[in-house]
Design a protein around this ligand. Structure first.
Ligand SMILES: Nc1nc2c(c(=O)[nH]1)N=C([C@H](O)[C@@H](O)CO)CN2
Length: 121
């Protein structure tokens, strides 16, 4: 299976469990791996036949602006569901980081995988 990658996508959103976090926006950093078969697009040189990483990135920006979750877990789960509904994504891996959330940690966040992987060809 082939993968389309989106790495280091930074989005601003209201997110956090504490009162002070409800009054500000914070930046989340996302890495996505999106399973697809790139061969039809490659054979025809046609964007319509693949996952448009620009359109997906724009949708993620829009999603972040439209929601105000407490937990990064909720953000990740709901975003994964949204992307799978709106794009032809059979499987995805989403890594999400919340920089600066824990002062002495280089990074905190999570990684999820959703959907079914097609058999390896
Ligand atoms: N597993 C999680 N732990 C914590 C979260 C979270 O979303 N998932 N959030 C916080 C706070 O909002 C933190 O980011 C603020 O410093 C704490 N733990």
């Amino acid at each position: 299976m082939d993968h389309i990658l989106i790495e280091g996508l930074r989005v601003d959103t209201v997110i956090g469990v504490y009162d002070w976090e409800r009054t500000i926006t914070q930046t989340l950093e996302l890495d996505l791996t999106l399973a697809t078969d790139i061969r039809p697009a490659a054979a025809s040189d046609d964007l319509q036949l693949t996952l448009d990483y620009a359109a997906i990135s724009a949708r993620i920006q829009c999603f972040a602006e439209a929601h105000q979750f407490a937990l990064v877990e909720t953000f990740a789960e709901r975003l994964a569901a949204c992307l799978r509904e709106e794009f032809a994504i059979t499987w995805l891996r989403l890594r999400l980081r919340k920089p600066g959330a824990v002062p002495n940690a280089r990074s905190v966040g999570l990684e999820i995988e959703r959907g079914e992987r097609s058999p390896t060809r």
